[in-house]
Design a protein around this ligand. Structure first.
Ligand SMILES: [Zn+2]
Length: 229
């Protein structure tokens, strides 16, 4: 009995020593360090992101550290499964027109844009994405295109989801989810790469491979279910 007890005590002491700051790690090795939105993502980013979005105050601070232009919005009390809380108005020219989105989804969006979207565009096209084309976020409605689940509220009903239909590059060239997803060229490669990239920062990331209702857009959300297709 004594050895397991000693082990438990040693493990507890180690956790206490790290948590209390008596032992310090470089920020990238410390799971309790604040999320650094500019740092290249690593194996701890997901954990830090989940911890950050679980706390509205931490989320606000992290979002302010991103390049995503936004302003505060009042809570819109939830009724019949619709409404929002802890949301912001994203009024960034790269995501125009403006829309309301929960802080957690907005933080995921900013991380995705910085660490997945722009690097993929630079690598495949040699230029940045100038505009993310979307069909908005908030809509008081149920989930579409999922037979048998007709009465479940969509994450859009909580301003917790965002639908992307395409991308406008700096040169003016356009990449369309509907037109280019099934193709073979760099546009298709770009779409598949950024779709996978979305899985790293959002909870739900659905696209044309999920079902026919998503053939023309990426659905990105911060809902309760981890689903990535
Ligand atoms: Zn959607």
């Amino acid at each position: 009995m004594r050895v397991p007890l000693l082990l438990v005590a040693a493990a507890g002491l180690a956790v206490w020593a790290v948590h209390s700051g008596r032992i310090t790690f470089p920020p990238q090795w410390n799971p309790w360090a604040p999320l650094d939105v500019a740092a290249p993502p690593d194996w701890l980013t997901r954990y830090k992101l989940e911890r950050t979005v679980a706390d509205p105050a931490l989320c606000r601070v992290a979002l302010q550290g991103t390049a995503l232009a936004h302003t505060e919005v009042e809570d819109n009390p939830t009724e019949d499964g619709c409404g929002w809380s802890d949301a912001v108005r994203v009024n960034d020219p790269r995501f125009a027109p403006s829309f309301t989105l929960t802080c957690s989804a907005a933080l995921s969006l900013a991380l995705w844009e910085r660490h997945a979207l722009q690097p993929a565009a630079q690598r495949l096209f040699g230029e940045p994405v100038a505009r993310v084309e979307h069909v908005g976020s908030y809509a008081c409605r149920n989930v579409r295109g999922t037979a048998g689940e007709g009465q479940r509220r969509s994450q859009h009903a909580l301003a917790n989801a965002f639908d992307v239909v395409g991308f406008r590059l700096q040169s003016g060239a356009r990449v369309s989810v509907l037109r280019d997803w099934p193709g073979e060229g760099p546009q298709a490669a770009f779409l598949h790469e950024v779709s996978e990239g979305a899985c790293r920062f959002f909870k739900g990331a659905l696209g044309p491979d999920y079902n026919a209702a998503h053939r023309d857009h990426f659905h990105l959300d911060r809902g309760p279910y981890r689903i990535c297709r």
